[in-house]
Design a protein around this ligand. Structure first.
Ligand SMILES: Cc1cc2nc3c(=O)[nH]c(=O)nc-3n(C[C@H](O)[C@H](O)[C@H](O)COP(=O)(O)OP(=O)(O)OC[C@H]3O[C@@H](n4cnc5c(N)ncnc54)[C@H](O)[C@@H]3O)c2cc1C
Length: 308
């Protein structure tokens, strides 16, 4: 299982594979499980359906590590248009962006200014989420987040429970009254910096969530998002929240489109705040390989699509 995960995550960066994958119909068919389509309109249609089930949505246009200003400008214009359209359609939708989509790799100040444009464009207190990319980006991402948080309340950042450093990072962020989406972590990281065993990642995830839901963090203004599809963890976190007398709307659960659909709607039915992150766009290859790596059994699903 671990070997398969490594192979898939290595494949995520392979240009040769990326160029070929999109030509195969069976890959595209399998992709539909995690992505309603490549176009923004597909994401909007999916968001309408989810809204009927009481689920809010988070949009992310795929693509990372952009290399020039015009590409990054185009991304910003695209997201500003998204913000405008979801407001006009009255959709409960926010956006989640990767800093390397906004120019982080070649000009940090330009990237920061792009982020500010999106935060201002979101208005209404809607949070603009910053994804967390591989470990090499954690310091700079948190630096950008701190700077943005000093100016705006409606900005949130993702933290990854598989990194040893995250407990410390979380402690340093708590006094800022941050918005934090906690996930397990999706990249290939060495054992020197990330827990290699899943059971340790799960235990750390629970500890970190417990801290995010502590009285001190809540009083500081923490807006916590539990970003996992793990039913056991979700159950334990719900129990902790209820034990502590927290209201069900004090925090949110976020999941990815197409994963644990029944659980997503059950959470909403039971009165928890729940959201679904919808990805779309043409640059889906690296992202899709990470989804396969999370659950190599998904490969069988891809194989089944070869025969229709
Ligand atoms: C809203 C959201 C935002 C995210 N943002 C980031 C980010 O910014 N940076 C980052 O590194 N990672 C991000 N991730 C991905 C995350 O790091 C994990 O890789 C992913 O969520 C799988 O972990 P899990 O918590 O669901 O637990 P797991 O223990 O991996 O899975 C629990 C159960 O969920 C189901 N499941 C999980 N993944 C899949 C899958 N791919 N296909 C089918 N079933 C599956 C299975 O039933 C599995 O048993 C995000 C995840 C979510 C939900």
């Amino acid at each position: 299982m671990a070997v398969m995960r490594t192979i898939l995550l290595q494949g995520a960066g392979n240009r040769w594979l990326r160029e070929r994958a999109s030509h195969y119909r069976f890959v595209r068919r399998a992709l539909r499980r995690f992505m309603p389509g490549e176009r923004l309109e597909d994401a909007i249609e999916a968001a309408r359906v989810l809204r009927e089930q009481g689920l809010n949505t988070i949009f992310t246009r795929l693509g990372e590590n952009l290399t020039d200003r015009s590409q990054a400008n185009e991304v910003v214009e695209h997201y500003l248009d998204v913000l405008h359209r979801v407001t006009a359609l009255n959709l409960p939708t926010v956006i989640s962006v990767k800093l390397t989509q906004l120019g982080l790799d070649f000009d940090r100040e330009f990237c920061f200014q792009n982020l500010c444009r999106l935060i201002e464009g979101a208005g209404n207190g809607d949070i603009v989420w910053i994804d967390m990319e591989s470990s090499a980006y954690v310091d700079v991402t948190l630096e950008v987040y701190r700077r943005a948080r000093a100016q705006y309340a409606n900005v949130g950042v993702c933290l990854q429970a598989y990194l040893y450093r995250t407990a410390k990072d979380l402690e340093s962020l708590v006094p800022l009254g941050p918005a934090i989406r906690l996930v397990k972590g999706a990249y290939r990281e060495p054992p020197e910096i990330a827990f290699p065993r899943k059971s340790d990642v799960d235990a750390n995830y629970f500890q970190l969530t417990s801290r995010m839901l502590s009285a001190e963090a809540q009083q500081a203004g923490m807006r916590a998002v539990v970003g996992t599809h793990d039913p056991q963890l979700i159950q334990r976190i719900q129990a902790v929240a209820l034990e502590r007398g927290l209201r069900k709307d004090c925090f949110q659960f976020h999941m990815l489109y197409g994963i644990q659909r029944a659980l997503q709607s059950r959470l909403a039915r039971e009165g928890w705040r729940a959201g679904v992150l919808i990805s779309y766009g043409k640059d889906w290859f690296a992202w899709y390989m990470r989804r396969l790596a999370e659950r190599p059994a998904n490969l069988w699903f891809v194989m089944r699509n070869i025969v229709g």
